[in-house]
Design a protein. Structure first.
Length: 258
């Protein structure tokens, strides 16, 4: 039986991260699960258990204690150890020696270095995993600047909603959808604080926005993320502007400015 489509999607993400683990280094199931916001280390193990026959270095993923708990899933009980030792990783009693020293976290690979310009910070995203890191950086930047209103600019299909979903996931919100028809979605983050997600594409004037009480949201002090904010620009005070554009190589450029 083939894995459900949703599982295949996260399988691919697990494999992408696992392929980035350097030779001579190891990580654990929990670190990958945390990075991908999967919620359970077991989901990573499940994905790697289905990777046999693929060129995935699953032997570089151990449990939180550095133990080779996945060795029983290899062709022979010693194959996982043999592969690690061939890469210079010492193993004793089915446990990686110097585990903390050799430990690799996915953030080491996907750390995104911003391009600093005058009053603008720009990131380049080559994958969804890059976008997750950028989402964390934007939230941290907004917090540091004490800004609660974030506006998102970009053509249709540029990735505005995808970026916002990555940001809400970082905030502990699992189900975030574009409010194209409802105009405003309200979520609760992991701390119980309200988060507002707006899509104002269908509004034709700031008066329409004022009729739905947009100012109550803008000045609530809660995090407000707005797609297609052009119509309410006259109402905006301090806010963080996020512009997204597609590049010729398929990557996306994400720029932050006030």
């Amino acid at each position: 039986m083939s894995a459900p489509k949703e599982q295949k999607s996260y399988f691919e993400k697990v494999y992408e991260v696992t392929n980035k683990i350097p030779r001579g280094r190891v990580t654990n199931y929990g670190a990958i699960a945390e990075f991908l916001s999967l919620g359970s280390a077991r989901m990573v193990g499940w994905a790697l258990n289905h990777s046999h026959g693929l060129e995935i270095p699953a032997h570089r993923v151990v449990n939180r204690l550095g133990e080779l708990s996945g060795r029983i899933m290899f062709a022979s009980p010693t194959l996982m150890q043999e592969r690690l030792e061939s890469e210079g990783v010492k193993v004793e009693d089915d446990k990686v020696v110097d585990f903390k020293k050799l430990f690799w976290h996915p953030k080491e690979q996907y750390e995104v270095t911003p391009i600093e310009e005058t009053d603008t910070t720009t990131y380049i995203s080559h994958s969804v995993l890059d976008l997750n890191v950028i989402a964390e950086n934007i939230l941290e930047e907004a917090k540091n600047r004490n800004i609660s209103v974030l506006t998102f600019y970009g053509d249709l299909g540029a990735g505005k909603t995808t970026l916002i979903k990555a940001m809400t996931k970082t905030l502990g919100i699992d189900e975030a959808n574009s409010p194209t028809f409802s105009l405003i979605n309200e979520y609760l983050d992991k701390k119980g604080a309200k988060v507002y997600h707006m899509d104002l594409y269908r509004l034709e004037s700031k008066e329409e926005a004022m009729d739905i009480g947009i100012e109550d949201y803008l000045f609530s002090g809660n995090l407000v993320m707005i797609e297609w904010p052009q119509v309410i620009e006259p109402l905006l005070e301090e806010h963080l502007k996020i512009s997204i554009s597609r590049r010729g190589d398929g990557s996306r450029m994400v720029s932050l400015s006030e």
